[in-house]
Design a protein around this ligand. Sequence first.
Ligand code: NDP
Length: 455
Amino acid sequence: MSKISSPEKTQEYLERFIAGVKKRNPGEPEFHQAVYEVAHSIFSYIADKPHYHDMQIVERMAEPDRIIIFRVCWEDDEGNIRVNRGYRVQNNNAIGPYKGGIRFHPSVTLSILKFLAFEQTFKNSLTGLPMGGGKGGADFNPKGKSNNEVMRFCQSFMTTLFHHIGPDLDVPAGDIGVGAREIGYLFGQYKRLTNQFVGILTGKGLEYGGSLIRTEATGYGTVYMMEDMLALKKDSFEGKVCTVSGSGNVATYAVEKINHLGGKVVTLSDSSGYVHDADGIDADKLAWVVDLKTVKRGRISEYAKEFKATFHEGKRPWEVECDLAFPCATQNEVSGDEARTLIKNGCIGVSEGANMPTVQDGIDAYQEAKILFAPSKAANAGGVAVSGLEMSQNSARISWSEDELQKLLRDTMQGIHDKCVEYGEEGDGYVNYLKGSNIAGFVKVADAMLAYGVV
Ligand code: NDP
């Protein structure tokens, strides 16, 4: 008999567990939010599986293996010495080397990186590839910095980080504020410090060990997840009006794939507001946005002037009527009220390209309305899946063709979708993708931890 087999006992145990997490990790709201969201699904699943309780598996998963925090000093173009804080959270390596992105953004805190590393552990497990979970970054703002300043920052950051990463230990990637340029500087410094050419970062340039379709994979994968959810309902993208937030890597490739599949995207955003283009953001307009964001490093408001769209300063796109919504900017960018507005306006599905973009109240609203909802750990796993394939190619010193990789990405997303259905079907035809992804991600990591004993 389980210790917590009744629903009341399960709830009591969950509340006690969360109280403990909050006590041990004070002032870390994003981390508490992420642990609660996962534990909520897991505790009912393990209610009749006492071995997980006896071995304190969930408690151990909510305690990172280790965290490295370090000073990053660098010199700006005026000769001033600047100081930032760097982090690497190595959350869990039960099923493979730590893997997860590096974020450079002024909002970076330990709480945000701990939530991301925790989520990453389940996401990586869902892909079926042998990758543990980690995340890192710094409170450095690359916006407005010259290339030389970004280079000096990246070199200083790697000068400490290189002690703690390696191809069989921890393989970081990009995330917000860390794109092709930053990965190049980071990899160059690693190579200089160690005199070794090994796959210690993913998202590398094609000339030096990168994989085809890594850049596209997260955005494409988020849309594939929606395509699979719609297909299960015998529906498709054809003619669907879509809102997308963000205008970075994930958002722009999501737009490209939605256009491919016959949908119409009417919004994009950045941290200053969103643009609404009722005519749709077609391939030419999208190419203009990519140039604006990656070459000119401009603001999305400029789109409104260029294409006679409207710009809504300080607002987010969820007030615009749509059939499908794709939050692809950042965490907690869809509030409970915004989720309810989406539903009221007829939105039938949400696929999360960003990490944890919807607050818990909003998730509850999606689930109560029983709309299609793919949580980030399932919907945006395509990026890390192709990163895993980049690691394999680096180890074998080979490069796979674009066709092979496109097929692997498509199959991986289908596999993730099907695992969510397996663990998330609720009997009345409704699939709880959140529950399904949490449990499917949990089982593999938990069983590996059981095999190791108490370590
Ligand atoms: P980018 O840096 O390329 O783009 C981020 C976008 O989000 C920008 O448009 C940025 O606007 C906007 N943004 C950032 N912070 C805020 C904010 N506080 N409010 C509103 N908008 C904001 O990052 P990615 O596209 O790579 O990442 C986007 C999301 O996807 C993140 O949550 C990331 O963790 C997640 N993700 C990314 C993966 C990848 O492969 N790149 C993989 C899995 C998840 P601005 O320019 O004004 O800052």
